[in-house]
Design a protein around this ligand. Structure first.
Ligand SMILES: Cc1cc2nc3c(=O)[nH]c(=O)nc-3n(C[C@H](O)[C@H](O)[C@H](O)COP(=O)(O)OP(=O)(O)OC[C@H]3O[C@@H](n4cnc5c(N)ncnc54)[C@H](O)[C@@H]3O)c2cc1C
Length: 382
């Protein structure tokens, strides 16, 4: 049985690697002619790291990224609202979080996939379900192939999803995000910390991703599809001028071409992610806002569960079972992330919000984290 994956992002590449490791026949098609050097970092939470460990790439990920073992949510001046040392997470799962440049992550996954199975510069156009049960896949360049199963891993604006579920909708959160990589060496106290500072309807995140590179993000409320007319750096420096000085140091140490801007959106949760032999994974099926740092991790989890289920090789409808396995956790994250984004940008009641954050029971936060990071190591078919 041949599985065809559309999209070589984090989800598509991890799925391809998991299929390769499990001896599942696959091919993967990506629209861009070469892997993009996307100028941003990503946090890989312990659930993602467990899958990457299972796929034998964890050591390389750790070497190419930077371990984060303390996560601070603070006020604009860096006074902590919550400050979590991740020792207990490390005791339970064996590791904490890794912050890494996205391009490095994509490249190391890409390099593990046999050349003849990955096709760049092949934009998916549409598909047709044939009467013999197979699927014909058409590409933008006019070519086509036949496959047994089609997996849409083509991101939040997925064309596979648009054909499969034409009524599906993205939701704009009302917030926009700038991401940058600063060429700067931080003081030692910041080496292994993930930091997010909440100000007056704006916030700023910081994490070191290598010796002299720091990934940062800035979030603010704005209309959808707005562009920066004036100098972006100047604009951000003025926006964050009353934040801790580390923020302006980071913005100043980032070249303009290393700052990207994206609106923050997710997908209104779909009732199902598959129909017949076509399935959506990652952002294509369940894009979430980034407030829990879990979108990529959930795409990576998809890869793990899907490949484990397929390799059990039963005649049952694996896509149906996959959905049952994944839906509850994914929906919970999408919802919690959406709500967190709202709270972070509350216009009124900032003091009350900060009070609750400062006084939220540690045990409750820990319980939520442990649930989110849990992976079912012995995936079984009901
Ligand atoms: C600001 C921000 C910060 C984030 N931070 C984190 C974080 O710290 N941790 C985390 O886990 N997640 C984070 N995320 C979420 C994470 O980036 C996504 O969830 C993740 O990239 C999803 O992976 P994917 O493979 O499903 O989609 P994508 O990474 O979007 O990949 C889709 C791929 O499909 C290709 N494609 C698209 N259309 C076609 C087509 N027609 N034909 C062929 N190929 C196509 C694209 O070129 C791309 O390569 C963040 C997201 C944002 C916006």
């Amino acid at each position: 049985m041949l599985y065809t994956i559309i999209g070589a992002g984090i989800g598509g590449l991890t799925t391809a690697l998991a299929f390769e490791r499990n001896g599942i026949d696959f091919q993967i098609f990506e629209q861009t002619p070469k892997l993009l050097e996307v100028g941003a970092g990503i946090w890989l939470a312990p659930n993602a790291l467990q899958v990457l460990d299972h796929l034998d790439v964890l050591e390389e990920v750790q070497q190419k990224g930077n371990t984060i073992d303390r996560i601070t949510l603070g006020k604009a001046d860096l006074t902590p609202l919550s400050d979590n040392y991740q020792n207990n997470i490390k005791d339970i799962f064996g590791y904490t979080t890794v912050a890494i440049h996205r391009a490095k992550l994509q490249k190391l996954l890409f390099d593990k996939i046999p050349e003849n199975k990955i096709h760049l510069g092949k934009g998916f156009h549409s598909y047709e379900e044939l009467s013999n049960g197979k699927i014909k896949v058409f590409f933008e360049d006019g070519s086509n192939i036949e496959t047994d199963y089609l997996i849409g891993g083509d991101g939040i604006h997925s064309k596979v999803r648009k054909q499969l579920f034409p009524g599906s909708k993205t939701r704009y959160s009302g917030q926009t995000c700038w991401r940058g990589i600063a060429d700067i060496s931080l003081d030692e106290e910041f080496h292994h910390r993930g930091i997010e500072l909440w100000g007056n309807q704006i916030r700023f995140g910081i994490s070191r991703i290598s010796e002299n590179n720091v990934y940062w993000f800035a979030v603010a409320i704005d209309k959808q599809n707005e562009k920066d007319e004036a100098d972006t750096k100047k604009k951000l420096l003025s926006m964050f001028n009353d934040f801790h000085p580390i923020v302006s140091n980071l913005i100043s140490a980032t070249s303009r071409e290393h700052i990207i801007r994206n609106d923050i959106s997710d997908i209104k949760p779909l009732e199902i992610w598959h129909k017949n032999n076509i399935l959506l994974i990652g952002d294509a099926g369940h894009a979430t806002t980034p407030n829990m740092g879990q979108g990529g991790a959930q795409a990576i989890e998809d890869a793990y569960y899907l490949s484990e289920l397929i390799s059990k090789n039963t005649n049952k409808n694996i896509f149906e079972i996959f959905e049952q396995k994944r839906r509850k956790k994914v929906n919970q994250i999408v919802k919690q992330s959406w709500n967190t984004g709202r709270i972070a940008h509350w216009r009124y009641g900032k003091g009350l919000r900060n009070f609750f954050l400062k006084n939220a029971p540690k045990k409750m936060i820990e319980k939520q984290m442990l649930e989110m990071y849990q992976i079912d190591k012995t995936v079984s078919i009901p």
